[in-house]
Design a protein around this ligand. Structure first.
Ligand SMILES: [Zn+2]
Length: 137
């Protein structure tokens, strides 16, 4: 048995599938977490934090190399020049993080569960763009 780790998070299904296919072509075992949930419930996207591409821990380096090699977009940087805030990721220490109000995802959940959107505007959620870790302020 081996542990799977998340190497990338996507907010659109097409890109996620594309990258998954690239890894499979190279013989890397992988799967998309929450793929099915998100496919039927797009409103859950924010609450779940997107679609996660997961590979066996020992294949993570190889998988990232394959994705970066073939990606036309610039890969996510560990350290970014312009810091929007002073938040460092508690998981990996990257400063490539963002803050978003929790209200959007909470409102999404309460809308589904209660039929009424409830805003908790005081709660903020931080997200690491490097390792996709999420934490609360
Ligand atoms: Zn991180």
């Amino acid at each position: 048995m081996c542990d799977f780790v998340t190497i990338a998070t996507y907010h659109d299904f097409t890109t996620a599938s594309f990258d998954k296919q690239k890894l499979e072509e190279q013989g890397v075992d992988c799967y998309l977490a929450d793929e099915n949930t998100i496919a039927v419930q797009w409103t859950l996207m924010n609450a779940l934090g997107g679609i996660r591409l997961r590979v066996p821990a020992q294949a993570a380096g190889e998988a990232l190399r394959i994705l970066n090699e073939k990606q036309e977009e610039v890969p996510v940087d560990f350290k970014i020049e312009e810091k929007p805030n002073d938040q460092l990721c508690p998981n990996c220490g990257s400063n490539n993080t963002g803050t978003e109000k929790y209200s959007r995802s909470i409102a999404g959940w309460t809308w589904l569960l209660l039929g009424v959107p409830v805003n908790f505007t005081r709660i903020k959620s931080h997200r690491c763009f490097y390792c996709a870790h999420q934490w609360e302020a």
